[in-house]
Design a binder for this molecule. Structure first.
Ligand SMILES: C[S@@+](CC[C@H](N)C(=O)[O-])C[C@H]1O[C@@H](n2cnc3c(N)ncnc32)[C@H](O)[C@@H]1O
Length: 184
C-alpha cells in the first residue's frame, strides 16, 4: 500500500467513525422541545432555596430542569450534599458538567440529559424547581406519588395550584415556595 492510499483510507475511516462517536457521546439537540427555556436563578435565590430546605450532607438534591447546574453545584459545594440535575437540553448538561468540574464537585454531582417527567426521582430528599405554574401543577401528581413523605420541595417564582405552601419567602423581590411531602 502506498503512503497516499494509506492516508486516504485513514481519512475515510475517520469520516465514517468520528461523527458516529461524536453523536453518541455529545448529542447537540434536545430530546424534544423543552417545556420552558433556560433562565438562571440568581445565586442569592439559589442560596435561599437551599437554606429554607435545610440541606445537609445527608441530602440528595434533585433539580428538575437544571440549566447550567448552579443549584446542584451549590448544594454539593456549600453543604456537601449529593445532587442530581436533569435537563432535556444537552447543551445545558454540557455547561452544568463544566461548572461542576470547575467547582470541584464532580464526585457528588451528576447531570442527566433526560425529560424530567420521564425520570425516576424517588431517591431525592430535596427537589428544586424553576419551571412554570402549569408545569408545577402537571408535576404535582408525580412528586406526590414518587417522593418519600418528608421530602422537601422548593420552587423559585411559581406555586403549585391548590397545594398551599408551608412557607413563602421574598428574596430580593423573588418569591420562593416551600412544601414537604405529607404522610400517606
Ligand atoms: C428556567 S430554567 C431553570 C434552570 C435552573 N434550575 C435554575 O433555577 O437556574 C428551566 C430548565 O428546564 C429545562 N427543561 C425544560 N423542559 C424540560 C423537561 N421536560 N425535562 C427536563 N428539563 C427541561 C430547560 O432546558 C431549562 O434549562
Amino acid at each position: 500500500m502506498t503512503f497516499r492510499t494509506l492516508t486516504l483510507c485513514t481519512a475515510l475511516i475517520a469520516a465514517v467513525t468520528v461523527p458516529a462517536v461524536a453523536q453518541t457521546t455529545a448529542p447537540q439537540t434536545p430530546l424534544r422541545t423543552p417545556d420552558v427555556i433556560f433562565v438562571p436563578t440568581p445565586q442569592e435565590v439559589v442560596d435561599a432555596m437551599l437554606e429554607v430546605a435545610k440541606v445537609t450532607k445527608n441530602d440528595v438534591v434533585y433539580d428538575l430542569g437544571s440549566g447550567d447546574g448552579r443549584i446542584p453545584v451549590t448544594a454539593a459545594k456549600k453543604y456537601g450534599a449529593r445532587a442530581v440535575g436533569i435537563d432535556i437540553d444537552p447543551q445545558r448538561v454540557k455547561e452544568a458538567n463544566a461548572n461542576a468540574e470547575a467547582a470541584g464537585v464532580t464526585a457528588n454531582v451528576k447531570f442527566l440529559n433526560a425529560d424530567l417527567f420521564e425520570t425516576d426521582i424517588s431517591q431525592a430528599s430535596v427537589v428544586t424547581l424553576y419551571l412554570l405554574p402549569s408545569l408545577n401543577v402537571k408535576l404535582m401528581p408525580k412528586l406526590k406519588a414518587e417522593l418519600k413523605p418528608g421530602t422537601r420541595i422548593v420552587s423559585h417564582a411559581f406555586d403549585m395550584g391548590d397545594w398551599k405552601p408551608e412557607q413563602t419567602l421574598n428574596v430580593n423581590g423573588r418569591t420562593v415556595y416551600y412544601w414537604t411531602i405529607p404522610k400517606r
